[in-house]
Design a protein around this ligand. Structure first.
Ligand SMILES: C[S@@+](CC[C@H](N)C(=O)[O-])C[C@H]1O[C@@H](n2cnc3c(N)ncnc32)[C@H](O)[C@@H]1O
Length: 288
């Protein structure tokens, strides 16, 4: 099927039935959160997550992400969110099991991001810390990939505003008045990393721990992405007007945020009711 027939649609079906119909290297960015292992029934035959063992689960996800790899452009990015799970009192280590399996399949792992949830569900455990994070893995197909560092910078925190001004002024003076010119000229202590950390006018490079509260849009679908999380992945990993794919779209969060930020979207879900929910959300969001 031609690429333009896919753009801005939500498709119902198993990822491995739908994705093979899509053209190769047509997607700029994939943002997705696959079903958790052994957590809930999405009421659809063929759903991923109900395998008998973690090994079977990882294998199914490897097959799914191999198709994702085919449709992703050479310079595209994959942002893969996954939480871990306890079984019989033992942490399964699923995010890293999957990450290592995908590395073996040829994906380059560029970053492991901790998504810290300040409003995570409290737990009654007394013999270990309460789990309040998940992973987001940034995978790419080649070393040359799209990444907009400036779009996701965060505020400087290492210096007080006063000391930053003082150091900054002194520093900019040495550089003919602009922070961009001759970064390390005549100041060996101020290597690129420190300059970026302390003085970059747009903030410092985003760090790998992202503190983002769980989404308020819960109840109808259990595992909804917070919009802020998707926003960061889109701004960093997808050029304006590019196409974002979420092959496990659920309630449609990835598509809603893509639409808001001037990107196109393609969503897939095995459950027709979730696809309907996603289409409704997109329609509502477009009216705002
Ligand atoms: C964790 S949820 C995604 C939630 C989504 N990020 C959101 O914001 O609503 C995973 C989704 O994968 C879907 N799913 C499960 N197995 C699938 C399969 N084989 N192919 C496509 N979708 C599948 C489920 O129906 C579920 O909606």
């Amino acid at each position: 099927m031609k690429n333009n027939l896919w753009i801005n649609t939500i498709r119902t079906g198993h990822i491995l039935d739908v994705l093979p119909q899509m053209p190769s290297e047509s997607i700029h960015c994939i943002i997705t959160s696959p079903p958790y292992y052994s957590q809930r029934d999405y009421c659809a035959p063929g759903q991923i997550g109900n395998e008998k063992s973690p090994t079977g689960y990882i294998q199914h996800l490897q097959e799914a992400f191999s198709e994702c790899r085919r449709v992703l452009k050479k310079d595209g990015t994959l942002w893969l969110n996954m939480g871990d799970k306890y079984q019989n009192g033992e942490l399964l280590g699923l995010p890293w099991r999957l990450a290592l399996a995908l590395k073996d399949d040829g994906w380059f792992l560029r970053s492991d991001i901790i998504w810290r949830k300040p409003n995570a569900m409290p737990s009654s455990v007394k013999n270990r810390p309460t789990l309040d994070h998940e992973y987001i893995f940034l995978f790419v197909k080649s070393q040359n990939y799209y990444y907009n560092i400036d779009a996701v910078r965060e505020p400087h925190v290492t210096f007080t505003p006063e000391s930053l001004m003082k150091g900054g002024r002194n520093h900019f003076g040495k550089r003919n008045g602009t922070p961009e010119n001759g970064k390390n000229d005549s100041n060996p202590n101020l290597h690129d990393g420190r300059w970026d950390q302390a003085f970059h006018p747009k903030g410092r490079n985003r760090r790998t721990v992202w503190e983002i509260p769980l989404s308020k849009f819960r109840g109808v679908h259990f595992a909804v992405f917070p919009e802020k999380l998707v926003e960061l992945c889109i701004l960093a990993g997808c050029p304006e007007n590019g196409i974002v794919l979420d092959p496990f779209i659920g309630s449609g969060t990835t598509a809603v945020v893509a639409q808001r930020f001037g990107r196109k979207y393609v969503g897939i879900d095995i459950n027709p009711e979730y696809c309907e929910m996603a289409r409704d959300r997109l329609e509502q969001a477009a009216l705002i």
